[in-house]
Write a protein that binds this ligand. Sequence first.
Ligand code: AHR
Length: 501
Amino acid sequence: MKAKLKISNKRVVSKIDERIYGSFIEHMGRAVYGGIYQPSHKTADDKGFRNDVKDLVKELNIPLVRYPGGNFVSGYKWEDGIGPVSQRPKRLDQAWKSVETNEVGLHEFYEWSKEVGMEINMAVNLGTRGIEEARNLLEYCNHPSGTYWSNLRIENGQQKPFNIKTWCLGNEMDGPWQIGHKTADEYGRLAEETAKVMKLVDDSIELVLCGSSSDQMPTFGEWELTVLDHAYEHVDYLSLHQYYGNHENDLEHYLARSLAMDEFIKGVIAMCDAIKAKKRSKKVINLSFDEWNVWYHSNEQDKNVEPWQIAPPILEDHYNFEDALLIGCLMITLLKHSDRVKIACLAQLVNVIAPISTEQDDESLAWKQTIFYPFMHMSNYGRGIALDPEVESPTYATKDFNEVPFVESIAVYNEEESIVTIFAVNRSKESLDFKVELSGYEVMEIRETIEMAGYDIKADNDVNNQVVKPSVKENVSFNSSDVLTSLSGLSWNVIRCLVKE
Ligand code: AHR
């Protein structure tokens, strides 16, 4: 079998917004306590944050982290997490039936985020709370000084404003499980009024309006149209959330879930633009895919978790090789839509459905799940301009899609380094001859070639064994306008070429 990717400097999708490589830390499970923060761990710094976790997080080169939830935020009092730690209350978190100690709050998380090089994408509670608490939080974070909330921030040790630029107006407010769940009209009005007031406090911020919790929600579509109708002129992004799983143990179907993501994104863009037209607005609403990942491996074990524990081990999916391949397909899909998807957050970052895991002791070091690698490659090498991919590939059919291309691929041009990076997944079990035709770029040299291939699709990693990991890809040749290789059956591939434009 043969496949081809054609790219040209004349056909670009968009300059990629680096926030498309965002992630997410929620106060739930062992994401914060026992994840990023564990004062008793042998690598803990003087504030209690684990250095081994920080090191792995830095390898992922994540520019933006959504915080503090998730479902958690809809019952959260952000004021519980400021001031002297010894005086902070322990609270019941109804979202995850856990106990929140509030040892880590805004200041601690901000300092951690700076150390690992991330901006915060802050979510406000529009479940149990509203306009006033969101306004106060923003004033606390971003106002320089001289008011009650900004002075309190300074008293608590932070002279300069946190200057948080991206804010989420609640979380999954369409979901009946959400604390303070609302109808589309109720949420649309609240979000509109909260957005207005927040932008009066700081007009440099950008706001994300909640879209549906997944495209399978019964209210999907109606929800988007209604909330946009209310809040369109006051917000900047609409959110999408979607988790995938190989529930039927059907590899071909599973690896085609990125086509479902593609349809989801196209549908939400159409709805944003329909409301733009209806309102005769000049403004374009872009998308924030602020929760996406594989999530299903831990579903059964989570049924047995006792309620009201501190940092219970929940949502601790153990990812395998087929999950890594799907993550590659999903990331390529996000880049294909980088003209409209400006923010995306891999949910989540540590222990909870995460690329990084820790054990429940003070000695073992954090380790990399299989999905760590495609995310790391994309985040590090996928900066620049996404080139519109014209892919010629044989296809296969699934119950949902008649034509699933065996090859999923895209290329990114990084102007500063004069590098074109090609990312490709081969969904077929057979190897494929793969030719990349470049127009407008002269290939000077192949700088680096990476592949993940040859593993059992169910192979996974653990604290002692990094079974699934990248290796150098062999057999890549080139001439000035083509790159030639073969893609191993079921493989993730990265080819980095030095080019002259
Ligand atoms: O990421 C885990 C949970 O998934 C989040 O708290 C929620 O927003 C979503 O349902």
